[in-house]
Design a protein around this ligand. Structure first.
Ligand SMILES: O=P(O)(O)O[C@@H]1C[C@H](O)[C@@H](CO)O1
Ligand SMILES: Nc1nc2[nH]cnc2c(=O)[nH]1
Length: 294
């Protein structure tokens, strides 16, 4: 890693301090909105919002469907911060930049991170419009050393060799399924394994078949680095993939995926995703956060 890519503890702290000087909200929960899912921020009450371009140290969103705003507010009595737009490796950001907000959230006192994304389905049982609760992930870039934790370890955030088993909180996954039943949308939901690939191109048929054989249920281009960094600094994580398309696995299939279609499914399912996230945040327990990374 080149030194220009490194971000010091002070850099994260400066951004956190700036945000705390601009808003009275002290969020317990952070939400990262995936492609087409930015409307999650609209449900927050008593909003304070900041364009990424106005936040010292923040990267900029370049992808259509990622507005580039950080929104603070209340949801069901819990203080939240929501990223309307995330950063992807394929935009040219370093992985440390991609995950920069997660460590800032930790310094703000956040204890639970919600990650959402748009993903293509490889599992036969997952259809466009379905919602997958992420049970686990395969971080393909991470497996070959493209990991935000590479480089000097910042012991104030977490250990050199963090465990990743159990990084998607089981209690929150169970509660989400219970809420889905109560909302009458359990038929749309199942748990599965998400895989991150680098993008920005969608999969070839041979790549799709490979991922399918490896046991991947849904594939996308984000999330895993954020979850790795969140787990490293002790955040509890809950993740949802909105299935926006079937990944083409047959040479006879003439379908092909495009980003506009991905955003459209996001819009169609926005209400259900919003309801689920709102109820889950309302019903989950929050521990007293001692903010031990500060
Ligand atoms: O930010 P997410 O992971 O939801 O975005 C997915 C992956 C690509 O960025 C884009 C492809 O349409 O959607
Ligand atoms: N890699 C990948 N990312 C996606 N995001 C939404 N759909 C897809 C897909 O089919 N493949």
């Amino acid at each position: 890693m080149h030194s220009k890519d490194q971000i010091s503890h002070d850099d994260y702290q400066k951004t956190a301090d700036w945000l705390m000087s601009q808003t009275k909200h002290r969020p317990q929960v952070a939400i990262i909105c995936g492609s087409g899912l930015g409307m999650l921020a609209d449900t927050l009450k008593c909003q304070d919002s900041f364009a990424y371009s106005d936040i010292p140290g923040f990267p900029q969103s370049t992808v259509q469907g990622h507005a580039g705003r950080l929104v603070f507010g209340e949801l069901k009595g819990k203080s939240c911060v929501c990223m309307q737009g995330r950063f992807h490796m394929y935009e040219g950001h370093s992985l440390l930049k991609t995950t920069f907000p997660v460590r800032v959230f930790k310094l703000l006192g956040v204890e639970t991170l919600f990650v959402t994304n748009a993903a293509g389905s490889l599992a036969d049982g997952l259809q466009p419009g379905d919602i997958m609760i992420i049970k686990d992930h395969v971080n393909f870039p991470g497996l070959v050393g493209l990991n935000p934790l590479c480089g000097p370890n910042d012991d104030k955030f977490g250990p050199r060799f963090p465990a990743m088993s159990g990084c998607y909180d089981k209690n929150l996954r169970c509660l989400a399924m219970e809420i889905a039943k109560q909302l009458g949308v359990a038929g749309l939901m199942q748990e599965g394994v998400y895989a991150m690939v680098g993008g920005p191109n969608f999969e070839t048929i041979a790549e799709a078949r490979l991922l399918h054989r490896l046991g991947v249920d849904a594939v996308g281009m984000s999330t895993a680095p954020e979850v790795v960094v969140a787990t490293h600094c002790g955040l509890r994580v809950f993740g949802l993939s909105l299935i926006t398309n079937k990944v083409v696995k047959s040479y006879e299939d003439l379908d092909s995926v495009n980003h506009e279609g991905v955003l459209e499914v996001g819009r169609l399912r926005s209400h259900t995703v919003q309801q689920l996230v709102t109820e889950l945040i309302g019903r989950m327990e929050i521990n007293n956060n001692t903010n031990n990374a500060a």
